[in-house]
Design a protein around this ligand. Structure first.
Ligand SMILES: Cc1cc2nc3c(=O)[nH]c(=O)nc-3n(C[C@H](O)[C@H](O)[C@H](O)COP(=O)(O)OP(=O)(O)OC[C@H]3O[C@@H](n4cnc5c(N)ncnc54)[C@H](O)[C@@H]3O)c2cc1C
Length: 136
């Protein structure tokens, strides 16, 4: 009989995520944080930078988020995560009611991804593929 448990423990699963904007990047982050078995994550993004998508790729400081900083944490269970990151990265005057630039928010999402990669268990492998996913 096929031993599924053995297979699960030793052979990594591969998950491909198409689109490395906000949602795809946070899916990758949560997979890295919660993986309990060997896992290969492939994040396919056609833009050079991941984590930003259309909304957070802007380089213009005046392009602000339409939601205040106190409500833009990447993690529902850590509502102050974005605020804490801002404080730790030199934005000392912000409060939960400040509207931060979308550019900075993109940097935050990238930092969240880097942190998740740094903390990922050794059995989790993350790979970014810069390309366009197409049907064939
Ligand atoms: C101008 C603008 C301003 C916004 N401002 C706010 C705001 O202030 N606050 C807020 O909460 N929301 C805002 N939004 C909404 C915001 O886009 C979403 O909150 C969020 O970014 C959506 O995430 P997403 O991952 O679905 O899409 P995106 O972040 O756009 O990511 C999709 C990614 O998929 C990639 N992709 C698509 N097809 C392929 C393919 N075939 N192969 C490879 N890569 C592919 C794209 O290049 C892109 O990077 C704004 C949106 C826009 C357009």
């Amino acid at each position: 009989m096929y031993n599924y448990t053995w297979y699960r423990n030793f052979s990594p699963q591969t998950i491909a995520i198409i689109g490395g904007g906000l949602s795809g990047t946070l899916v990758a982050v949560n997979l890295m944080k919660n993986a309990t078995t060997p896992l290969i994550i492939k994040l396919i993004e056609r833009r050079k930078e991941i984590g930003k998508g259309i909304a957070y790729s802007t380089t213009i400081d005046g392009h602000l988020l339409n939601v205040p900083a106190g409500k833009m944490s990447a993690f529902a269970d850590k509502p102050n995560h974005f605020l804490d990151w801002l404080q730790a990265n030199g934005h000392h005057n912000v409060t939960e009611n400040t509207f931060i630039s979308r550019k900075i928010y993109g940097n935050y999402i990238q930092a969240v991804l880097e942190q998740a990669q740094a903390n990922a268990p050794t059995q989790v492998h993350f790979e970014k593929i810069t390309d366009e996913a197409i049907a064939h």
